[in-house]
Design a protein around this ligand. Structure first.
Ligand code: HEM
Length: 179
C-alpha cells in the first residue's frame, strides 16, 4: 500500500544524505583510530580525516538547523500511530542535538589539547578555546559517551527507515529519498 505523502525539500534531502554518508564514515573511523597498535601512518591519516570532516559536519549541521527552523518539514504521515510519530520526533531531536554536540566536543578536545586542525589552520582560523587539560578531558568524555549514543540512535534510525522501505512500503522512505 502506498500512501501519498508530502516530501522533504531538495536542500533538506541533500543535507540529509550527504551528512548521513559523512556520519556513517566518522563513527567507524573514530572507533578505529583510537585503537592501540595501528600503524602510525594509518592512524595519523584517520585522525586528520576525522578532525577535518568533523569540522565540515559542524558547518553543515549549523546550516541544517537554521534551514529547518526556517523551512518546517512536511507533517509526519497521518497513517502512523501516535506513539511512532512521537518516537520519530524524539529520535530526530536527539540526532540534531548529537550532530551538534559531537563536532563541538571533538573541536574542544583537540584545541584544548593543543593539537592542530589542518583545514582551519590552513585558512588561518585561530583557536577558539584555551589550552587546558581539564577542558580537554571533559570534552573527551562528552565525545566518548556521545559516540556511543549517536551510534545507537543512528542504528535505530536506519532500522526504522529500512522497515518502512522494505517491509511496510508505506511511502515514508520516499519522503526523504533523492529524486
Ligand atoms: C558528527 C561528528 C563526529 C562523530 C560522529 C565522531 C565520532 C567519534 C567516535 C566514534 C570516536 C571514538 C570514541 C572513542 O572510543 O574514544 C571519536 C573520537 C575522536 N574524535 Fe570524533 N566524531 C565527530 C567529530 C569530531 C571532530 C569535529 C573532531 C575534531 C575536530 C573530532 C575529534 C576526535 C578525537 C581527537 C577523537 C579521539 C578522542 C580521544 O581518545 O582523545 N571528532 N569520534
Amino acid at each position: 500500500m502506498t500512501i501519498p505523502s508530502q516530501t522533504y525539500k531538495p536542500l533538506a534531502r541533500w543535507l540529509h544524505w550527504s551528512m548521513a554518508l559523512l556520519v556513517l564514515a566518522m563513527i567507524p573511523v573514530g572507533f578505529l583510530m583510537v585503537r592501540e597498535g595501528l600503524p602510525r601512518g594509518l592512524q595519523n591519516n584517520l585522525f586528520i580525516s576525522h578532525k577535518n570532516l568533523g569540522v565540515l559536519l559542524l558547518v553543515m549541521i549549523v546550516i541544517r538547523i537554521i534551514y529547518r527552523l526556517r523551512t518546517p518539514p512536511p507533517p509526519k504521515p497521518a497513517h502512523l500511530p501516535a506513539w511512532q510519530r512521537q518516537v520519530a520526533t524524539l529520535t530526530h531531536v536527539l540526532l540534531y542535538a548529537l550532530l551538534f554536540v559531537m563536532p563541538v566536543a571533538g573541536y574542544v578536545r583537540v584545541r584544548a589539547g593543543g593539537f592542530p586542525i589542518e583545514a582551519l589552520d590552513a585558512i588561518g582560523l585561530p583557536t577558539l578555546v584555551p589550552k587546558s587539560d581539564v577542558l580537554a578531558g571533559i570534552a573527551k568524555s562528552v565525545h566518548f559517551y556521545g559516540a556511543w549514543a549517536i551510534a545507537i540512535i543512528v542504528a535505530l534510525h536506519i532500522a526504522a527507515a529500512v522497515q518502512h522501505a522494505v517491509i511496510k512500503r508505506d511511502g515514508v522512505m520516499s519522503r526523504m529519498w533523492p529524486r
